[in-house]
Every structure is written in structure tokens, then in C-alpha cells.
Write a protein that binds this ligand. Sequence first.
Ligand code: AHR
Length: 504
Amino acid sequence: MRYLIIVFVLTAVAGQAQPLKARIKIDIERQTGAIDPLIYGNFTEHLGRCIYGGIYDPASPEANADGFRKDVIAATRNLGVSVIRWPGGNFVSGYHWEDGIGPREKRPKRKDLAWGDTEPNTVGTDEWIQFSRAAGAEPYICVNMGTGTWDEARNWVEYCNGKPGLYYSDLRAKNGHPEPYKVKFWGLGNEVDGDWQMGHRNAEDYSKYALEAAKLMKWSDDSIKLIASGSSNYVRDWAEWDRTVLNYLHDYIDYISLHHYSGNQDKDHNQFMAVTTRVENSIKITEGIINEVRSKYRMKKPIYIAFDEYNVWYRAWNEAKLEEHYNMQDALVVAMYLNVFVRNAHVVKMANMAQLVNVIAPMMVTNGKLWMQPTYYPLQLFAQHCKGKNLSTLVQCDRYDAGEFKSVPWLDVTSVYNEAQQEVVINVVNRHSEKAVETSLQNQYGKWTGKAIVSEVNAGLADENSEKEQKVKAVTREVAAGETSFNYTFPAHSFTQLRIKVKI
Ligand code: AHR
């Protein structure tokens, strides 16, 4: 009996420690699409402490001469953010941009009906564009397609991009900015499909309204790129929304937007780790509808997806300021969102994590001090290193079922060839909460040159950061890598990025 118990205990312990096995095959000839650096974008909304107390805080010792926080600007640059969307979000659907220009003492204070705060209009178009450029990011302005008018939309384009000699461009010059800002990216409203939106419309009404706005905006500056408001929630008829929008707007738009937020409300790790499957499906379905519409109208011009809001957001869902505190588990989900965008790089040409600071954000300012949330690190690793062409990657590993999600591989993998750097970048999330995955990494083309730079984000699944302690961060080291293959063990619940130089 005693013998049997010992055998039983030993078997159980051995079973637990036993790593899973996997094989990943990399072939730099199997390129599926160019990664647009705009997929490493972000978003700042007039909401809670994102603008006021986040990017802008003139009373802080961290403030620059314009009142923007130098530490936030530096951390945004360090994050590698390529494009920033503004001013909303739900906020924009009640925002009249002319409230935010000219002498500050004359700017009106207004109640923002989206979030219930008073908007002082201290930060408006001129200030925000200054911030965005200081942070090294392209500005992306979303216009008000809720309570806004067509004239407001086209005048905003003229204010930002018009040459001297026109009313609004001269107003810009009068406000101290004679040079056109050349704002390239313009959104045609935010989440107009949702009844929570000011000026919510059905698909037909939105499309007809946005079409006239699009015409006037393009006629004001035909170099701009327009992003239509696509479906935001994948509930009831969402694909029909996108189909209608594309049918009406295809001649004018360059992108259709998608949004997605995820959460672990059910406290089910395996289901949470599979949630980006839904994101990938929505991309595939939207791609299909884009193809359908392009072929119907025999279009030459491409239309891409701008995934211009995504993140984990559930604990602070009903809180006024949306100050979500992230943990290691959430960092894995962010890494998987990014893997989805990279894997679909041929059609997803922009993505914006919502949001930049304090509000469901990768960085926080508390007690005057800036600190990084766990979600900062996967985004930083992708934005800094994951450039070039996505590769179709063979991944053989064990799979699992969880709720609606079937046959989910324990490893979520992308690989990328960066020709400029002669480098392969491999991004691996091990979804398993307990088991490591012993993996054979195999090279199909050229020779790997002896070592891999490994950056790993890993900690206890519930570990969070704070202004006092960075429990979750990226740790980088070097390992030996054979010319054609080597073994690497991905620890349980980790995100790992390997960079390997290739000789061709
Ligand atoms: O990012 C927070 C909010 O989420 C945005 O204002 C809105 O577009 C979305 O529903």
C-alpha cells in the first residue's frame, strides 16, 4: 500500500513537471505580408486622466514648456508608438473642435456627455498635434460623426492641412502655426454602430452621412487617408454593418476600423488565453467582405483594416476613469493581439492600443510618478523589433478546448523576416498556466548565425506592477542557436521574443 502511494505521488509530480513538446519551422521564403509599423499605434481620449493628468500636467515638475509630461513623452518614444488616435473614442461624438483652438481663456468649458466630465478644452488641436509629434508618432484625428456636421469635418481638415489664404488655415497661422500640420489619417466617427454613442445611427444612415463628410474632407485635401467606423462589438449583424459601410464608402476610404476589448470575467485562464481567436475571426470575416466589395466594384485601390481600439478591459469596465491595473496574464493577451495583427499583416495595416496613459493603458502616473504596466513590455518588444514581412509558420504542438474555443494550440506563434537587419524575429506566447513547452526551432532557408537574443516577459500570472515595484518586465539574454535548428524551452505562461541573424 505504502509502495503504491509513493508510486502514485511520484507519477503525479512527474506528470506536472513534464514539459510539452513542440516544433516550429521558419522559412523566410514564405512571406505573407509586409508589417506596417502603424500596427504599433496608440490612442489618447479625453477621458479620465489620459489627457489631463496623463499626457498634460502643467503643474508637474515633469512638465515641459508646453505643459506636457516629459516622462510620458519619453516613455511613448521608448514604447515605439507609431501613430496616435485622438480625441476619442466616445468623447469625439460630442466634440466640437473649434472649442479647443485660440486663446485658452476664451475656450468654453463643456460637459462631456460620453463620460460625464467637464471638458476644459485646454488641450485642443494645436496642443495635441504638438504632443503627438514630440512623442514621435503620426497624428490620427477622428472626426465627430455623432453630433458633428459635415462642415465641421471639412473645416477641421482645412485648419490642419490647408495652405495659407483660406479662412481656417489662416486661423491656424493666427494661432501660431503657419505651417500646415499635414495630418494624414482621419477617422469618420467612432463606434457609430453602438447605441451608447451620441448620434448613434443604423448602418445605412451612418454610411450616407459619412459619405458626404468623406467627400468634403477629401476635396479639402485629397492626400488624406480616411478610416470608416466599422463594427465595434461583433454582436447581432456586425458583418452586415461592415458590408453596408463598405458598399457606400469604398471609393473614399482607405481603411475600415474594428474594435475589440477582452476580459477574464469568468476567471477561466484557458478561455482567456483563447480570446484573440475571436479577434482573428473578425479580421478574416472583414477581409472577406472587403474582397467581396472590391470585386463587386472592380476596385484597384486596396482597403485595409485599422484595428483602432483593442486591449484587455474588464475590471474597470464600469469605473468612471477606466484605471485598469494589469497583470502578467493580461500581458500575454496583449502579446496575442499583436501576434494576430502580425499574422494578418497583409490586411491589418494599423492598430491602436487603447489607451496610452492611465486609462486602460500601458503606463500609469500615480502620486506624480510614471510607471509601466505589464502590458507595456510586449507592445514595446513588438514595436521595437518586429518589422519586415510576416512568415507563414508551421507550428506543431498540443492543443486544448475551452468553452467556445476548440483546438487552441498551447503556443501562439508568429515569425517575421526583417530583411534590413537580416534577422528573423519569433514571437511565442506559451498559453499554458503550468507547463513549459520544449520546442525544436527549425530553419528552412539560409543559416542562423550562432546565437539568439531572447527577451522574455514572465512572472506570476497575477503579478502586477506599481509605482514602487516592477514585478513584470522584459528580461533579455543571449542563447546559442544552431545554424539549422536548436531547442528552446518556453516557460509556462510566458511571452518570448527571439531574434536571430540569418546569413543567406
Ligand atoms: O477606449 C474606451 C472606449 O471604448 C472608447 O471611448 C470607445 O470607443 C470604446 O467603446
